[in-house]
Design a protein around this ligand. Structure first.
Ligand code: ATP
Length: 503
């Protein structure tokens, strides 16, 4: 569904409409837009920050409050630089890159080949597209850079800017941002170099023992965290799908060595259920098992989502073995062990001391935002055929966000029919009664029809209209966003109706 421009997928059609909608209605703005923006960095506006917070809260609640054995932390973005040596990020957090000699533009090899395969698919050459991807995965798994370059050349994959196939050799490029600590130090000084964390996971690993001891946690248990991560992504495109500054929602689940297969399967199921609990249909999701495993993993998969540009990674589930804790033990010279006094049925003795294994679930908050909003977005034709409208045919349309009510930025819009006759006073009283429970919005400008449309575009599940009858019998009209059906309800029932829908 993307438009192909010489090997690069650009947002097209529906995707472009969603991006424009996000800006027009205060969901997402390009960062520092008055200076023409900053590539792959975005700001969330008045509606977007609410929606994002609601997604974050929904994840946090289900991963901590609703679990017996998972607690949350909030670690700093800066960490001791040795953390990233130990984790392997200094040496291994690289992506194979290739530069076009004519345009001087740099590409991530997998993105270049994926864009080409998208192009093949768009041209109906499914089989060839699958073949190219399979070959790329095979070569990536072996770090066969000459082979990958040959794949690019043999398929005449060209640069979007220059249009040529004049490529450099493939090299690795580290994705971490760095800065320095202290004011008098030169930027060359490696000792003072600190990194902006490229993932939140390491903040959890280095606090494993602090949390285990202070929280008296017994294995199996988990530590969850939501926070910013930074990656110097080279091909930063596709809106908030791939950003340089983004937010991750991660959970590390510490388990007994040997039980990782069972827990890996359990977390795969649990996480997919979480996604489905939002009412998004199951066919929008699929698992993708990794062929090339990261240096720390013994099994890994992605939950992919059907974004407007096709199925792409939304969440990663990784069986990380004891790699990270072991590395931190070695680099810090501090034991990262747990004493398990449960009895091992095989030996009849306690399991004793070990470094726990870890299953990780890792989802991008911004990607989840994109999944939710792109699924919710609909341009609806509401035209009435001549027979129903009375001659002539009446054309009408609306843009509606079918957001799950619990995620919607505004839950209830309170709209007095007119600005006089005591109606605003009744509406203000409703606001007063409800705003402590959930987010409400008051609007008295414009016609009711226009106000409904605006609320549809923001994804507000309920609008109530206060009219003259409200004065007589303490009732209002409540309008349901998706069906547009309206019904008369008692003002005293409003709070309950909305609360039930977001429970
Ligand atoms: P990709 O292959 O798309 O670069 P990844 O496999 O490097 O992603 P992980 O390191 O597993 O991603 O990170 C976990 C999650 O963090 C991803 O599933 C994704 O939702 C999110 N994420 C990673 N990189 C970015 C980014 N640059 N912008 C937005 N979200 C990201």
């Amino acid at each position: 569904m993307t438009e192909q421009v010489k090997g690069i997928s650009l947002p097209a059609g529906r995707f472009q409409a969603i991006i424009s909608h996000c800006k027009e209605y205060g969901f997402i703005f390009p960062s520092s837009e008055i200076y023409d923006g900053l590539q792959a960095v975005y700001d969330y506006g008045q509606m977007g920050s609410e929606l994002k917070k609601n997604i974050r809260d929904y994840w946090w609640k289900s991963m901590t409050q609703l679990q017996d054995n998972i607690v949350g932390i909030d670690a700093a973005i800066f960490m001791h630089p040795t953390t990233w040596k130990a984790s392997g990020h200094v040496d291994n957090f690289n992506d194979p890159m290739i530069d076009n000699k004519d345009s001087k533009k740099r590409y991530r090899v997998d993105h270049l080949v994926e864009a080409y395969s998208d192009e093949l698919r768009a041209a109906g050459q499914e089989a060839k597209a699958d073949e190219v991807i399979a070959e790329m995965e095979r070569l990536l798994a072996k770090d066969d850079f000459p082979g990958l370059k040959k794949l690019i050349e043999d398929n005449k994959i060209s640069c979007a800017i220059s249009g040529t196939c004049n490529w450099t050799d493939i090299r690795q490029f580290n994705l971490m941002f760095s800065t320095e600590f202290g004011s008098t130090v030169s930027s060359e000084d490696e000792d003072n170099k600190v990194y902006l964390r490229p993932e939140t996971a390491q903040g959890i690993f280095v606090n494993f023992l602090n949390v285990q001891k202070s929280g008296r946690m017994k294995i199996p248990f988990g530590i969850a965290q939501v926070g910013k991560a930074f990656r110097n992504e080279i091909v930063a495109r596709q809106f908030i799908f791939r950003m340089r500054e983004f937010e991750q929602m991660e959970m590390q689940f510490f388990i007994r060595p040997g039980s990782q297969k069972e827990w890996y399967e359990k977390w795969k199921t649990t996480r997919l259920e979480w996604h489905k609990s939002l009412g998004i249909p199951a066919e929008k999701y699929r698992f993708h098992d990794h062929v090339k495993l990261a240096h720390y993993a013994d099994a890994a998969c992605d939950i992919e989502f059907e974004f407007p540009m096709g199925f792409k990674e939304l969440e990663g589930i990784h069986s990380r073995t004891d790699f990270d804790l072991k590395q931190h033990q070695e680099y810090s010279k501090k034991k990262q062990q747990y004493f398990d006094n449960d009895i091992d049925p095989a030996t009849g003795k306690p399991y004793g001391n070990y470094i726990p294994y870890v299953i990780e679930t890792s989802i991008g908050l911004d990607r989840m935002f994109l999944a939710v909003i792109s699924h919710a977005y609909e341009e609806q034709d509401l035209s009435l055929p001549a027979a129903e409208a009375g001659q002539p045919e009446k054309s009408d349309s609306r843009v509606v966000l079918h957001l799950p009510a619990k995620l919607a930025p505004i839950k209830l819009a309170v709209l007095p029919l007119t600005k006089k006759d005591g109606l605003p006073e009744i509406a203000e009283q409703i606001m007063k009664d409800c705003r402590g429970e959930f987010r409400c919005f008051y609007e008295e400008k414009d016609s009711i029809g226009k106000r409904y449309r605006r609320m549809d575009a923001l994804g507000t599940p309920f609008c109530v209209t206060v009219d003259h009858q409200s004065k007589e019998d303490q009732t209002v009209t409540i309008r349901h966003r998706d069906s547009m059906l309206q019904e008369r309800v008692a003002i005293s029932d409003l709070k309950r109706i909305v609360l039930e829908s977001i429970a």
